[in-house]
Design a protein around this ligand. Structure first.
Ligand SMILES: *Cc1c(COP(=O)(O)O)cnc(C)c1O
Length: 403
């Protein structure tokens, strides 16, 4: 029998080629080993599989549909554009796909509390939601800058019963939130579990989060056949840490004719500090416990990064993305802040869907690609989340009349 990519990757130590692994202080070795062993066991447990299916169907709103973007396709006058509607998940993004599963795992392991970082606040809201549903305490670390920018999500987390702790050092965004969350976790490993928000961090998180997110491509394969009687020619997703991209790529990786594009934020320009296009401009390096491609400053430290998408301004990237790019299975697309804003307004006005600024990067790249392809080709865009959280920021900084 042909063995599939997903079953064989990563290796047992969490390596995707040379990327991944686990680089953690000795105090965390046992807790992460325990998480790995618990996950290996639970993922084959029929009860876990049933519990997860149940919450996804009866609470979260899965399966999410695939919508044909008829007007956007007409506007671009090229390949047909379809959207996987992760914006329709409860809490408005793909994050609940792994948060519900991580919290079931936490509960199974006997923990009373979950700890995590958040960028745009989407992971924090999703984890606070899952913690509320399953009756666990929740502690969320968030950069002070993001707290101001993504204010509605901070309020949501508090209403949901989570404790929000501001990260006040450095640039005060996603990277600093991860630093702060790790520091707090080290002091409470006996009662709490770290729930990483993307396919990043030490083994087993990149694999575990990918597996939980792969539900999107599992559904999409069947749904796309219903629309087109064939699989998509291209699959596109934005990349921050890379969880929504890994999830929508997962079950298409073995289909070698399908082009897989991860779209990185080019922000305001090519200089350090103006973008977060890690795979395009980074080099190999270890950060936050795993080896991957990383954006470095002159001293070799994590570089300052920028994107208008608060969930995608991260100076590293999931190790599996570094690997898939290196072996040539995936390609990288780029999208500037301005292009993302244009796509944000276009999708809103042509399709009646306000996308998250992160997802708008994938839409923008899909629009560029569609224009270069004939009309019988197809593109599936992962619409990772809805844009309600971004509307104030967009309207203040990029007023409608400027378009
Ligand atoms: C968090 C988030 C992202 C970025 O995270 P990935 O792990 O790269 O998917 C993208 N889109 C939305 C809507 C998000 O909330």
């Amino acid at each position: 029998m042909m063995s599939s990519y997903l079953e064989n990757t990563p290796d047992k130590n969490g390596y995707f080629g040379k990327f991944g692994g686990s680089f953690i202080p000795p105090v965390l070795e046992k807790p992460f080993e325990d998480i790995k062993n618990a996950y290996e066991k639970i993922k084959k447990d029929p009860q876990f599989i049933e519990d997860l299916k149940y919450v996804r169907k009866h609470y979260q709103g899965r399966p999410t549909p695939i919508s044909f973007a008829k007007n956007l396709t007409q506007h671009c006058a090229g390949a047909k554009i379809y959207l996987k509607r992760e914006d329709l998940n409860h809490t408005g993004a793909h994050k609940l796909n792994h948060c519900m599963a991580e919290v079931i795992l936490a509960k199974h392991m006997g923990f009373k509390k979950v700890i995590a970082e958040t960028g745009a606040g989407q992971h924090g809201v999703a984890l606070a939601t899952a913690a509320a549903y399953f009756g666990l305490e929740c502690e969320i670390h968030m950069g002070e800058v993001d707290i101001k920018k993504e204010h509605p999500n901070v309020t949501r987390m508090k209403i949901l019963g989570a404790k929000v702790i501001p990260a006040t050092h450095g640039l005060k965004t996603l990277k600093e939130a991860v630093d702060s969350a790790f520091e707090s976790y080290i002091n409470q490993v006996d009662t709490a579990i770290y729930c990483i928000g993307s396919v990043v961090g030490p083994h087993p998180f990149p694999m575990m989060v990918r597996d939980f997110q792969s539900i999107m491509s599992l559904e999409a394969k069947e749904q796309f056949l219903e629309h087109e009687k064939k699989l998509p020619d291209n699959v596109i997703a934005c990349i921050g840490g890379g969880s929504n991209a890994m999830g929508i790529f997962a079950h298409f990786i073995d289909e070698e004719d399908i082009e897989l594009y991860g779209v990185e934020p080019m922000g305001k320009g090519e200089n350090i500090g103006e973008h977060s296009a890690t795979l395009s401009y980074g080099e190999e390096g270890i950060m936050h416990g795993f080896n991957s491609i990383m954006l470095k400053d002159a001293k070799g430290e994590p570089a300052p990064v920028h994107s208008i998408g608060s969930g995608i301004d991260y100076p590293s990237v999931g190790p599996e993305h570094a690997y898939l790019k290196e072996i040539g299975r995936t390609k990288v697309g780029l999208c500037t802040d301005e292009e993302a804003i244009t796509a944000f307004y276009k999708l809103s006005q042509l399709e009646g869907i306000i996308p998250a600024l992160e997802s708008a990067h994938a839409v923008a790249f899909a629009m560029k690609l569609a224009k270069t392809l004939p009309k019988d080709k197809t593109i599936l865009v992962n619409l990772s989340g809805r844009g309600d959280k971004d509307i104030d920021f967009v309207i203040e900084n990029y007023p409608l009349e400027k378009l």
